[in-house]
Structures are given as C-alpha cells and as structure tokens.
Design a protein around this ligand. Structure first.
Ligand code: GTB
Length: 217
C-alpha cells in the first residue's frame, strides 16, 4: 500500500524544511519506507476533501489506503511502532524515547512557537519590542534545561530515536533567532541530526518542491 503524505504546495519558508512534512519525511526515510507526496494549496487545505483528513485544515497528513492520520507526533509514533529504526525494542528504553517525543512537542516546542509568533506576526504591535525579550528568555530557559540534560551525549537517551527526530526538528526552527548558538552542545546536536543521511534525503525532497524557482526571462 502506497503511503501518501500531504505537504504545502509551496512552503512559505522557501525550502528551509521547517514545515512539519519534513518531520514525517525524515521518519519515513529513517525506516526506509517509500512514500508519495500530495501537495496542497492553502485554498485546498480548507476544502472538503482535505478537511475530511485534517479537521484543522493543516498539513501534514498520512494515508495508507483507507487508514489516515493527522498530527505529526501521531504519524511519527505510528511509523516507529510498525518499523524498526526509530526506537529501541526494549520496553523501558522505548517508553523513554516516547517521553522525549512528548517533551519535544509539548514542553520545548510551545515557547519556540511563541517566539515565531512574536517575531513574525506581532512585530508591528506597539508592545512587540517590550515583550520580545520575555519570550526569548522563556526559550532560553528551556534550552538551558535541555542542554544540561544532554550534556556531552550524542542523543537524548542512548541511540538516536524518534525523540531525537522530533527534538532536532523543533530546535531547527530556532536557527534564524541565534538562540541555538548560545548553547554549543545543542547546536552540535542539531547539526548531528541534520547530518543523518535520512534527514538529508528528506530535506532534499522538500527542497525540490519548495525552493524558489528562477523567474522566466
Ligand atoms: N500540531 C500539528 C502537527 O504537528 O501536525 C500542527 C500542524 C501545522 O502547524 N501545520 C502547518 C499548517 O498546515 C504547517 S507546519 N499551517 C497552515 C494553516 O494552519 O493554515 C508549520 C509551519 C508553517 C510554516 C513554516 N515556515 O514557513 O517557516 C514553518 C512551520
């Protein structure tokens, strides 16, 4: 059964790989599964066919025949559960990998999304410059805690897992802020994730769709 995921027809990030389909592509590449991509426009995301797949009109989605999922975390979990390569076999180590998946999405990502909103959506507000340092400090607090736990280890808990895949993906969103570079071990951790051949394949595939096309003439 062909796996089909949805992705932006053209990501607003212009190919930086920050849209969440890259996380799903990366997970599929790590376990060696082939997949097809159905690009969707912002208009199509709001229409009935996509709404049937995703109640919040977003990407990515995942389909395998009649089976469909939305929510990146659930999709990565589903892939990891069925295919070797994204978490250990031993049950306690697997539970810890799942713990790190949740930590990435529900503890580390929210302040990072808040920072993205503050810099992209709120910068014209009269209170924006006053608020921004507070939002940046909330991100720094999380990064400091994460950096302390990671220490000099390569990955969060032994071998690379779906927890690392999601944590690296979440941290990548910070690159343009400069905050990641304040924590050398986290910057190196993200670079290690990006250097994985599976990430490289996922990144290259999304870039082929999202890179700005040279204008004709
Ligand atoms: N919790 C959901 C999940 O993890 O799957 C969140 C999904 C989500 O936010 N999807 C975004 C979307 O469909 C795309 S990834 N947005 C369209 C909409 O809501 O109308 C988020 C994203 C978008 C763009 C950039 N960028 O340009 O840098 C980065 C990340």
């Amino acid at each position: 059964m062909t796996i089909i995921i949805t992705a932006f027809e053209r990501s607003p990030d212009g190919g930086k790989g920050l849209a969440r389909d890259t996380r799903v592509r990366w997970a599929l590449e790590e376990v060696g599964l082939a997949y097809a991509v159905r690009p969707v426009s912002f208009q199509a995301m709001k229409e009935a066919a996509h709404l049937a797949l995703h109640p919040f009109c977003q990407i990515p989605t995942y389909e395998e025949g009649d089976f469909a999922l939305f929510e990146t975390g659930a999709i990565v979990f589903h892939i990891a559960e069925r295919h070797a390569g994204l978490w250990p076999f031993e049950s306690e180590a697997r539970a810890r990998a799942i713990m790190w998946m949740f930590a990435a999405l529900s503890t580390v990502e929210p302040p990072i999304l808040e920072l993205a909103n503050a810099t992209l959506l709120e910068r014209d507000k009269p209170w924006s410059q006053e608020r921004l340092p507070l939002v940046q400090d909330r991100v720094r607090d999380r990064l400091r805690q994460l950096a302390a736990r990671l220490g000099e280890a390569s990955w969060l808990d032994g071998a690379f897992s779906a927890g690392d895949l999601l944590m690296v993906s979440v941290l990548l969103r910070l690159r343009s802020s400069g905050l990641l570079d304040e924590f050398a071990n986290l910057a190196a951790y993200v670079a290690r994730g990006e250097a994985r051949p599976a990430y490289q394949r996922a990144f290259t595939a999304q870039l082929a769709i999202n890179a700005p096309k040279p204008s004709a003439g």
